[in-house]
Every structure is written in structure tokens, then in C-alpha cells.
Ligand binder design. Structure first.
Ligand code: AQP
Length: 334
């Protein structure tokens, strides 16, 4: 049976890109005879400094965001990465399979490490190896992600293939990325060339899942655009990154596609389209943020859900880790 795994970092500022590129699609994959495992990847988050109190809060808030968006903790396995130690244990084995050069070539590492890469944490360099472990400790077959994670998923396949080859086994599956939907790469509202991101210093660049209706409307009203009216088909969005972004967001929020949206909206000015976009964004996001706030009022209940998720997860991960250790030749319990 297919098994889906995906994760999001609890590094604060959960945003519309995370929702449309990831969470909304996690919900779509749930309960169709597919086993789904969704993860707050706190071990990934600390590859760059996180204030401890913020990390705790962001982890619970992300869990609340998953549930408020429609992830059912009974149907899916919902976990916090550090509570399932087999992720980090398998990552160590993969650190010894993967090559340093593979990690140094990753564009996310280059972007996040910046000019002074020698000063980046060792964890930031090894990030894709831990990500491969997150996926392969479940023998997951499908991983829904946004466009930006494509390169890391290719590396996951390389690590699985090298492990299988080095040890002469056919143990880890070659996982398929699932990059689908109208908004696999939501861009900054201030700059159509940069992706919407948690770490962008400008709050106006993104719509946070916790923003209220007025804030959402204001951010969309102030979003960068060009002076032309909307084209009547998607081909007309070429070389208009800001226009394309807003149309893609509208399409994803309405479960449609750019051509369908433009068949209706073509010819309208942004002064007309933006309020329509704001209305649909508020309509879709306001119930989620209200539910997140309700869930956040009872952090102990969130912690119980994550503890239960970790127990269920370990029924899958502990045997796979043990079989990995056996393959590698590590002595285990008698
Ligand atoms: N702008 C985006 N459009 C579509 N999908 C996106 N994702 C992130 N940004 C966009 C997808 O969300 C999932 C979780 O991402 P993450 O938090 O694990 O990692 P990230 O890519 O580092 O997220 P951010 O928001 O960009 O954080 P910072 O600023 O810390 O780098 C992934 O499936 C990702 O593709």
C-alpha cells in the first residue's frame, strides 16, 4: 500500500505558501486507503538558531494548524520529529552513506548558509540526510511538497539507492515527490522573484495563518502588481510574476486552475481583482485561524495528540530501524 510522509518546520510564521503548497494537499491525500504520516520537524528547525520558548510554541501552533486545516489525528499519524527517535538514528546511518559534496551542492544550503558557509551549523549541511531518514524510516512511497523541496527529494532517492547498492539489498524504496496543484510555489507579495517564506523579515511579504481578516485584506491590497489588467488565459501571465502569483493563489484557494480563473477574471484591473482575492482568502483562512486559536488554548491536549502519534509512529519506525541495523551488521538484542 502507498504510504505518504511529509513535514513542516516549526520555525514560526506558518504562511499561505505552507498551506497551499503543503498542508492543504496533505488533507487531500488523507483517508483514501493511503497511510499518511505528517510531522512537525523540530530537529530540522534547530539547524538555525531557535529560541527554546518560541520552538515549543511554534511546534504546538503548527500541530494546531494541521488539525485546524483538516488533518485528523486518528486517520493520519501526526508527530513531532524529536519524539520519534528513529528519525535521528537512521539519519546517522545516512550521514555515513551520503557524501559531503552532495550536501554542499544543495541550493537550500547555499541560500541559508549565505556567504560564510564555514560558519553554518553542521546540521544545516546534513539537513537533507535527516530529511531522507524522515521519509525512509517509514518506507514512504510518496512525499507531497512544494517546488522548493524537489532537489532534496532527488537526494533522498540517491541516498536510498546508494544504501541499497553499498549493502547489496533492495530495502529502501525510491520515493516519488508529489508536486501538484495550482500553487506549488507561492511567491512573496512584495517580490515576485522570491518565494513566500517564514524567514522573510518583511511581514507584508506573506500571509500568516494567524493573520486576521483586516491584515489579510491589507496585505493583498498592498501586494506588488503591474499596471496591466488580467489576461484572459494563463499564457498571458508569462513575464508577469506578481500577477501570476495572485492568480495562482486565487486558483489554489478555489480548487481551480489559472486558465479557469482567467476565463472569468480576464480583463479586470487589480483594483477589482484584489478585493475578490482578499474575500476568498479570508473566507478560507479565517475559520482555520479561529480553530487554531481554540486549539492553542489547551496545549496539554496538543501534547497528548503528539504523544499518541509518536507511539503509533514507533510501531512502524522501530522495526525498520532494527532491520537497517541488521543490514549494516550492528549487534542487537539477543
Ligand atoms: N512559498 C511556498 N510555496 C509553496 N510551498 C511552500 N513551502 C514552503 N514555502 C512554500 C512548502 O511548505 C512545506 C514546509 O516547508 P518548511 O517549513 O519545512 O521549509 P521551508 O521551505 O524552509 O519553508 P519556508 O517558509 O521557506 O521557511 P524558511 O523561511 O525558514 O526557509 C514544504 O513542503 C515546502 O515545499
Amino acid at each position: 500500500t502507498p504510504r505518504v510522509f511529509s513535514g513542516i518546520q516549526p520555525s514560526g510564521n506558518l504562511h499561505l505558501g505552507n498551506y497551499l503548497g503543503a498542508i492543504k494537499r496533505f488533507v487531500d491525500m488523507q483517508g483514501q486507503g493511503i497511510e499518511t504520516v505528517y510531522c512537525m520537524v523540530d530537529l530540522h528547525a534547530i539547524t538555525v538558531w531557535q529560541d527554546p520558548a518560541d520552538l515549543t510554541r511554534s511546534t504546538r501552533e503548527l500541530c494546531a494548524g494541521f488539525i485546524a486545516s483538516g488533518i485528523d489525528p486518528e486517520q493520519s499519524i501526526l508527530i513531532n520529529q524529536s519524539q520519534v527517535p528513529e528519525h535521528a538514528q537512521l539519519a546517522w546511518v545516512f550521514n555515513c552513506v551520503a557524501r559531503m559534496g552532495w550536501m554542499q551542492r544543495m541550493t537550500q544550503f547555499k541560500d541559508k548558509a549565505g556567504k560564510n558557509a564555514q560558519n553554518a551549523s553542521l546540521g544545516l549541511l546534513a539537513y537533507p540526510s535527516l530529511m531522507a531518514a524522515d521519509i525512509l524510516i517509514y518506507h514512504a512511497t510518496h512525499v507531497p511538497v512544494g517546488e522548493d523541496q524537489k532537489q532534496h527529494l532527488e537526494l533522498t532517492r540517491d541516498i536510498a539507492a546508494k544504501f541499497n547498492h553499498d549493502y547489496g539489498v533492495d530495502f529502501f524504496p525510491l520515493t516519488e515527490p508529489v508536486i501538484e496543484g495550482a500553487a506549488t510555489r507561492v511567491m512573496s507579495l512584495r517580490d515576485g522573484a522570491r518565494k513566500m517564506s517564514k524567514s522573510d523579515p518583511s511581514d507584508m511579504s506573506r500571509i500568516n495563518m494567524t493573520d486576521d481578516a483586516d491584515t489579510i485584506a491589507k496585505k493583498i491590497r498592498k501586494a506588488k502588481t503591474d499596471p496591466e489588467p488580467l489576461p484572459s488565459e494563463a499564457a498571458g501571465l508569462e513575464d508577469r510574476p506578481e500577477a501570476r502569483n495572485l492568480v495562482s493563489i486565487y486558483a489554489a484557494l478555489t480548487d481551480s486552475d489559472a486558465d479557469t480563473v482567467l476565463a472569468e477574471m480576464g480583463g479586470r484591473q487589480f483594483s477589482e481583482f484584489k478585493p475578490m482575492l482578499a474575500e476568498i482568502a479570508v473566507e478560507k483562512l479565517a475559520p482555520i485561524s479561529a480553530e487554531m486559536a481554540r486549539l492553542m488554548a489547551d496545549p496539554a491536549e496538543i501534547d497528548r495528540i503528539l504523544t499518541r502519534g509518536a507511539q503509533r509512529a514507533r510501531e512502524i519506525t522501530a522495526p525498520i530501524l532494527r532491520r537497517t541495523y541488521d543490514i549494516v551488521g550492528m549487534v542487537g538484542p539477543a
